[in-house]
Write a protein that binds this ligand. Structure first.
Ligand code: CA
Length: 387
């Protein structure tokens, strides 16, 4: 399960073990987890307050100065042999991972031009695929924070009203492969967060599977947007990769063909395009390998847009990129072209949308130091029959 290699990523999560069932912060290191509170007690008690508790909430709230000093200490501890021998660790195989932070608000964007274009073609054939606003602002909506669940949580097939006002279990249950951005430091109500302050507020990145019931969504979404077709569950990976670990993955965003309003114009600010390569497996078989590079809107622009009206950030806010469909699609509705071209799996079965019992695993890697790859871990979930 734990595919973080080397020392580049040093992601943070919350774990427990059968011997010590209390939840506590850990750092993934190969096939081991560093017990963070125990390590800090032994090696640098001044950091104790930031790593205490059953979630990462205190660390998120501590802000960028603490984030960098903790990461600098961790890099010293894992690279220097004398320190490394003192690190209290547990085998990752013995650990249970938990939701790593208290999700405050959850926002879902729609930032991939390829995804928005594909969905436009599928849902509004014969019309311009992108809506008139699409290249002027990163489109998003508020989702349901309370149903964000950790990787490995089973997903019960949702029921609801489908087209024709017919009530029943969703027949068009889908995935959305996305990156999630975890806000640490809050902002002040009434004060927008500019593009340049992205890394002063965002702590790190996780993987997101934004499960979607396409039939429920299709019947309910006009005119106010997604609601029950999305809110039943959103899965996140258990390990939060700090932004600092993605320094070597930063790439320029694509050329924008529509001039941007000043608050979104990132031509003169540091680039926050990210070279993150995803892999989507359905029942063990790779069905798509989308890439985040080339995403039209960057996470810095999404944050600037979320706050331009003065909305305040809270510690634990999570915002997701929207389905990543660069290179290859990040959803089944695209892969099967709305069910018209089902996928053929190695076991001889076909899939337009998810069947009960199906397991979806999304993993990702990104460039690290000196040509290495760092892992962003994975987010998994299995579909249970409707209740
Ligand atoms: Ca989504």
């Amino acid at each position: 399960m734990n595919r973080h290699s080397g020392i580049g990523a040093l992601p943070y999560g919350i774990f427990s073990t059968p011997d010590e069932p209390h939840r506590r912060a850990g750092v993934a290191l190969g096939d081991q987890i560093i017990d963070l509170p125990a390590a800090v007690r032994r090696l640098d008690p001044s950091l104790a307050a930031a790593v205490t508790g059953p979630t990462l909430d205190a660390l998120l709230a501590a802000g960028p100065a603490v984030w960098s000093s903790l990461r600098a200490s961790l890099i010293t501890w894992v690279t220097d042999e004398a320190h490394r021998d003192l690190l209290p660790t547990v085998p990752a195989a013995d650990a249970v991972m938990h939701l790593p932070f208290t999700v405050a608000d959850y926002v879902d964007f729609y930032a991939s031009e390829q995804h928005a274009t594909n969905l436009g073609r599928i849902l509004r054939p014969g019309q311009e695929p992108l809506t008139a606003n699409w290249k002027h602002l990163p489109i998003g909506y508020h989702g349901r924070a309370g149903t964000v669940v950790v990787s490995g949580t089973d997903i019960v097939r949702p029921s609801g009203l489908r087209p024709g006002a017919e009530f029943g279990a969703s027949q068009r249950l889908d995935i959305e492969a996305e990156l999630g951005f975890v806000v640490g430091a809050p902002s002040t109500l009434g004060t927008p967060v500019p593009l340049a302050d992205f890394d002063q507020h965002v702590f790190g990145v996780c993987l997101v599977n934004d499960w979607s019931a396409r039939d429920i969504q299709a019947f309910e979404y006009v005119p106010l947007g997604p609601f029950l077709g999305k809110s039943f569950a959103t899965s996140v990976s258990p390990w939060i990769v700090p932004l600092a670990a993605l320094e070597h993955a930063r790439v320029p965003p694509p050329v924008r063909d529509v001039p941007l309003s000043a608050y979104l114009d990132d031509e003169k600010t540091p680039s926050w395009g990210l070279d993150v390569r995803l892999e989507i497996r359905l029942n063990g078989q790779v069905i798509s390998t989308p890439t985040f590079e080339g995403m039209y809107w960057t996470p810095a622009q999404m944050l600037a847009h979320m706050t331009v009206n003065g909305a305040a950030l809270r510690t634990g806010d999570l915002y997701a990129s929207g389905t990543i469909s660069g290179g290859s699609p990040g959803s089944l509705i695209e892969l099967s072209w709305n069910g018209q071209e089902p996928l053929h799996l190695a076991d001889g079965s076909a899939r337009a949308f998810l069947h009960d019992g199906d397991e979806v695993v999304i993993s990702a890697v990104a460039p690290g130091e000196n040509g290495t790859l760092i892992s962003l871990g994975e987010v998994s979930g299995r579909i249970l029959g409707a209740r």
